[in-house]
Design a protein around this ligand. Structure first.
Ligand SMILES: OC[C@H]1O[C@H](O[C@H]2O[C@H](CO)[C@@H](O)[C@H](O)[C@H]2O)[C@H](O)[C@@H](O)[C@@H]1O
Length: 594
C-alpha cells in the first residue's frame, strides 16, 4: 500500500516529477513528460505497479529528511544500529534524456543498503525485458527503455521481476545510481556525471530562489511554495500543470479522482500571478507565449485546459488494473472537463495579462488581439449558464463566481484601453457589459434575507469562490454584502475552521456520490477576506494554522481531512501553494483597523 499523501516529497526536472516516500521509495514517476504514462505507479496500486526503493536493509521510514537549502534536491537521512547514511535524490535539468539520480553517502559507521527497482511501464501494467549492456541494466517494453548504472559499479541481480542491489557504505563512501529514460528504439542515452549534476542542480535552484522578492516573515514557506510552482512548469513550452499526479482521491475510497497533469487556464494564470508577485517575470513571459500558441484560432474554441504543449484532446479513460490510492477507484487519465464552459477563465486570463502588462512585461501584438477576441466571446456568452470553476459534472448553472469573473474580464479590458487608447477596442461596449453583469449579479446572485451572495442564481447554497469578490474588486471589502458573505461562509461552509468549496451534503451540485475534504485554497481565500474586511488578527491566526498543515518538506495537496488529519487529493497542488503565496504577500501589508 502507498504511504500517506503527506509522506511524499517531490523531485523534478521541469518536464516531469517524481514522488519519494519517507521509506525511500519512489512510488510515482511519469516519463518523459508529466502527462506520459507512469513507470512507477505504486502510488495508485501496489509495489507490483512499479517503484524504486533505496534504503538501509530492513529499515522502515527515514529518521529525517529535508530539501537541501532552497532547492528541489531531497536529502533523506537514516540512523541505524550500525551507522548513519544519507540518500540524495534529484532529477537534473535535462539536456536530452530524463535522469533520476540517487546518491548514497555513508555518514558514520557502516550501513547495509538494499535497492529494489521494479520498473512497470504504461502505468504499472508492462513488465519490461531486462538485459545487461555497456555497464547498464536496461529495461525495455514497447516505446520505453530505462537504463540503470551506478558509480562505482554495484552488483545487481534479478529477483521477482525486480532489479536488486545489496551493498555496504561506510563513513566517507559514496555510491551514485542514475536511472535514465530513453525511447527504446534509440541507442544508449548520453551519460551524465551524477556529482557534477548535483552541483549544477543546487546552484540553479539557489540562484532561482534568490530572485524571490518576498521579504516578509514567512520567507521559508513562500520560497518552498514558489519552488513547487516552478517545478510544475513544463520548461520546453512554458505550460504549467495543476499537479503532477492523477487520481489521488478527494475522499479516501471515493470516486472524486481526477487527472491534474494538464494546463488549466485558471490554475496556470493564478500560478503565474503568484510567480509574478514574487518577482519572477521570465516565467510570466513564457506562459503568456504558451497561452498565445494554445489559444490561437477561434476564441469560441478556447478550452479551459490544454496539454503541456497546447494539445486539445485529453480523452478521459479509466485504468482498471490500478486499484487506486487506498482503493479509491477509478483511476482516471485524461480529463473530460476539457469540454466544459467555464466563463471564469476569461476573467482570470484577462486579469493576469492586465497585471503582467502593468508589471512591464514586453508587449506582444497578438496578445491584445486575442484579448479583444475574448471580449467578443464574453459579450455573446456571459448570460449563459456554465460548469463554473469547480467543474461540476451536474447541470450547468448561473454560477455567481463565473459572472463575477466575466465582470473582471470586462473591467480589465476597459482599464487596459483607458490606460492605452492606441490599442483600440470597443470601450463603450465593454463598459456596458461591465455594468450589466454587475447589476445582474447583485440582483440575482445575492440573497438579501440571509445577507450573502449565493453559489448560483436563485440557489440557497454557498460557494467559497465568492470570497474572492472583494479581492477582484467587484465590490469594496467594507460593503455589507461582502462582509455578510464572509460571515455566512465562515458560519456554514467550514469544518473545524477550514473551508469547504461548497456543500456536499444531500444532492451536491457536482452530481457525484460521496464527500470530500476541505479545499485548501479556499481557506487561504478566507484568510485574505478576513484581512480585507478588517479582521487581521483572525486572518493571521488562520494563515498560521494553514502553515501547520504543510508536510515535513512544506508541501500541500489540494484538500485536507480535518477529522482524520491527513491530506487529500492531487499532490502537490498548484492551487494550494498559490493560496499560500497570495496570503503571505497580502499579510505583509500594514494591517487595516482590527
Ligand atoms: O470536482 C470535480 C472536478 O474536479 C477537478 O477539478 C478541480 O481541479 C482543477 C485543477 O486544479 C481546478 O481547476 C478545478 O477548479 C477543481 O474543481 C477535475 O479536474 C474535474 O474534472 C472534475 O470535474
Amino acid at each position: 500500500m502507498a504511504a500517506l499523501i503527506e509522506d511524499y516529497a517531490l523531485i523534478g526536472d521541469l518536464q516531469t516529477a517524481a514522488l519519494v516516500g519517507r521509506d525511500g521509495s519512489i512510488d510515482w514517476l511519469c516519463l518523459p513528460r508529466f502527462d506520459s504514462p507512469a513507470c512507477f505507479a505504486a502510488l495508485l496500486g501496489d509495489r507490483d505497479n512499479g517503484h524504486w526503493r533505496l534504503a538501509p536493509a530492513g529499515a522502515g521510514e527515514c529518521t529525517r529528511r529535508a530539501y537541501a537549502e532552497d532547492s528541489l534536491v531531497l536529502e533523506t537521512f537514516w540512523e541505524t544500529d550500525t551507522g548513519s547514511v544519507k540518500v540524495t535524490d534529484f532529477m537534473p535539468q535535462r539536456d536530452t534524456a530524463p535522469d533520476v539520480v540517487r546518491i548514497v553517502e555513508g555518514l558514520s559507521g557502516s550501513v547495509d543498503m538494499l535497492g529494489v527497482l521494479r520498473l512497470r511501464f504504461d502505468y504499472g501494467s508492462a513488465i519490461p525485458w531486462m538485459r545487461r549492456t555497456d555497464g547498464h541494466r536496461v529495461a525495455v517494453a514497447g516505446p520505453d527503455s530505462a537504463w540503470l548504472r551506478s558509480e562505482p559499479p554495484v552488483h545487481t541481480y534479478g529477483q521477482d521481476f525486480s532489479t536488486r542491489s545489496e551493498f555496504t557504505v561506510s563513513q566517507g563512501d559514496s555510491v551514485a545510481f542514475v536511472l535514465t529514460w530513453h525511447p527504446s528504439h534509440h541507442p544508449r542515452p548520453p551519460l551524465i556525471d551524477p556529482h557534477e549534476s548535483l552541483r549544477h542542480s543546487l546552484e540553479d535552484w539557489r540562484t532561482w530562489a534568490a530572485r524571490c522578492a518576498y521579504r516578509g516573515p514567512h520567507r521559508e514557506a513562500v520560497v518552498r511554495s514558489l519552488i513547487t510552482l516552478k517545478a510544475l512548469t513544463y520548461a520546453p513550452t512554458g505550460g504549467i500543470v495543476a499537479a503532477p499526479t492523477t487520481s489521488l482521491p478527494e475522499e479516501i475510497g471515493g470516486v472524486r479522482n481526477w487527472d491534474y497533469r494538464y494546463c488549466w487556464l485558471r490554475d496556470s494564470t493564478l500560478t503565474l500571478g503568484a510567480l509574478l508577485s514574487a518577482g519572477y517575470d521570465e516565467e510570466a513571459c513564457a506562459w503568456r507565449d504558451w497561452l498565445l500558441r494554445a489559444a490561437a484560432g477561434n476564441p469560441a474554441d478556447l478550452q479551459i485546459m490544454y496539454g503541456l504543449a497546447g494539445e486539445r484532446r485529453l480523452p478521459e479513460a479509466e485504468l482498471p488494473w490500478l486499484a487506486g490510492y487506498e482503493r479509491s477507484a477509478p483511476v482516471r487519465i485524461g480529463n473530460s472537463a476539457v469540454h466544459q464552459l467555464q466563463l471564469d477563465v476569461y476573467g482570470e486570463v484577462m486579469d493576469s495579462l492586465y497585471v503582467a502588462r502593468r508589471a512591464g512585461m514586453g508587449a506582444e501584438p497578438h496578445s491584445w488581439n486575442m484579448q479583444r477576441a475574448f471580449m467578443e466571446f464574453i459579450r455573446d456568452h456571459w448570460r449563459e449558464p456554465d460548469e463554473g470553476l469547480w467543474e461540476v459534472r451536474g447541470p450547468r448553472r448561473h454560477f455567481v463566481h463565473s459572472k463575477v469573473m466575466a465582470w473582471v474580464a470586462a473591467d480589465r479590458a476597459v482599464r487596459t484601453l483607458e490606460a492605452d487608447p492606441a490599442l483600440g477596442g470597443d470601450l463603450d461596449g465593454w463598459r456596458a457589459i461591465r455594468e450589466a453583469v454587475h447589476r445582474e449579479v447583485c440582483e440575482k446572485g445575492y440573497d438579501a434575507e440571509r445577507g450573502t451572495f449565493t453559489q448560483s442564481y436563485g440557489s440557497s447554497e454557498l460557494d467559497a469562490a465568492t470570497l474572492l469578490i472583494p479581492q477582484v474588486g467587484f465590490l469594496p471589502p467594507d460593503d455589507p454584502r461582502v462582509v455578510g458573505t464572509v460571515d455566512a461562509i465562515r458560519r456554514d461552509l467550514t469544518l473545524h475552521g477550514l473551508v469547504r468549496r461548497y456543500s456536499v451534503e444531500g444532492r451536491p451540485v457536482d452530481g457525484l456520490p460521496g464527500g470530500e475534504g476541505v479545499f485548501l485554497v479556499c481557506s487561504f481565500w478566507l484568510a485574505d477576506a478576513l484581512y480585507l474586511t478588517g479582521r487581521a488578527k483572525e486572518a493571521r491566526a488562520l494563515f498560521e494554522r494553514l502553515l501547520t498543515l504543510r508536510n515535513d518538506v512544506g508541501l500541500l495537496a489540494e484538500e485536507y481531512d480535518p477529522v482524520a488529519r491527513r491530506q487529500l487529493g492531487n499532490f502537490p497542488q498548484a492551487f494550494s501553494h498559490i493560496g499560500l503565496v497570495g496570503t503571505a504577500l497580502a499579510l505583509t501589508g500594514t494591517d487595516p483597523a482590527d
